[in-house]
Design a protein around this ligand. Structure first.
Ligand code: URA
Length: 238
C-alpha cells in the first residue's frame, strides 16, 4: 500500500500547489482521524485514507469519478459563452485536479453528467466502439406514435453522416414521454433524432449512463462520488 506525505496527498487531491499544500498543514487546516497535523512530511497510507480540510472530510481517490445532477442553465464547455459552466458546480479541489465532463449535455438538458480526471476512462466511456448505453427521458412537443418509435429503432439519417443512427430501445412512457436508450453520443443526437421523425424535444433529462442511474436523492446541482469498479463488474457479468 503506497504511503505518501500529507503534503503530497493534498497536492494529488487538488488542494493547490506544493507550497500551498504544505502551508495548509503547517497552518493547522488538516486533520486525520480527528488529529490536527502540523508536519507536511508526515506519511500516510493512501488507501482508505479520509482526511479533513477546514472541517470538510475527503476520502482519498487515486482517480476521481463522480456524477453531477446537472440543472438546466449550465454549459458543459470549458469556455462557456452564455451560461455558467458545469465546472462551477464542483468544489475547487476537483477543478484543480482536472476533472472534466464525460461527453456533454446541452445547456437546457438536465440529469446525469459524469466527471473524471482519468483520460483512459473518458475514452472507455465515450468511444463509439464501446457502446455505453445512455438513457434519456424525452418529453415531446407532439404525441408519439408507434411508427415514430419504430423509425427510431430502425434508424434515422442525420444531416452530418449518411450512416443511420438507431436507438437501442424506445419505450413510450406516456403519449408525450419517451424513454430512449442510445449506444453512442453524437452532437444533439436526441433532438436531431426526434426532428428526423417529425417530432420535437420540449425537454430532455438523462437518467442513466452505463451502469450508473441518477438517484432520486441527488438534487439538481449536487454531486456524489462513484466507483469505477462498477463498470468492470457490469461488463464481466454474463
Ligand atoms: N442529445 C441531445 O440532443 N442533447 C443532449 O443534451 C444529450 C443528447
Amino acid at each position: 500500500m503506497p504511503a505518501q506525505t500529507i503534503a503530497q496527498i493534498l497536492y494529488s487531491q487538488g488542494f493547490g500547489n506544493r507550497r500551498v499544500c504544505a502551508g495548509l498543514v503547517q497552518l493547522s487546516h488538516v486533520r486525520v482521524a480527528g488529529r490536527l497535523l502540523d508536519d507536511p512530511a508526515e506519511t500516510f497510507a493512501t488507501e482508505g485514507l479520509v482526511f479533513d480540510v477546514d472541517g470538510q472530510a475527503w476520502a482519498y481517490q487515486a482517480k476521481a469519478l463522480l456524477m453531477l445532477h446537472k440543472p438546466a442553465g449550465y454549459e458543459c464547455s470549458q469556455k462557456p459563452r452564455h451560461h455558467p459552466s458545469v465546472m462551477s458546480l464542483l468544489p475547487a479541489p476537483l477543478r484543480t485536479r482536472g476533472v472534466q465532463p464525460v461527453g456533454r449535455l446541452d445547456e437546457d438538458t438536465t440529469g446525469l453528467l459524469l466527471f473524471t480526471d482519468d483520460g483512459a476512462l473518458i475514452h472507455r466511456l465515450t468511444s463509439p466502439k464501446h457502446h455505453v448505453d445512455k438513457v434519456y427521458e424525452v418529453f415531446t412537443r407532439h404525441p408519439l406514435d408507434a411508427a415514430q418509435l419504430q423509425r427510431l429503432l430502425d434508424g434515422v439519417v442525420l444531416d452530418d453522416d449518411p450512416a443511420p443512427v438507431r436507438a437501442v430501445a424506445a419505450e413510450m412512457v406516456a403519449p408525450q414521454h419517451l424513454r430512449l436508450t442510445l449506444g453512442e453520443g453524437k452532437y444533439h443526437q436526441v433532438k436531431r433524432m426526434l426532428a428526423a421523425v417529425s417530432n420535437r424535444v420540449d425537454s430532455l433529462h438523462r437518467s442513466r449512463f452505463g451502469p450508473w442511474v441518477l438517484p432520486a436523492t441527488l438534487a439538481p446541482g449536487r454531486w456524489c462520488w462513484l466507483d469505477a469498479g462498477v463498470l468492470a463488474a457490469a461488463h464481466a457479468a454474463p
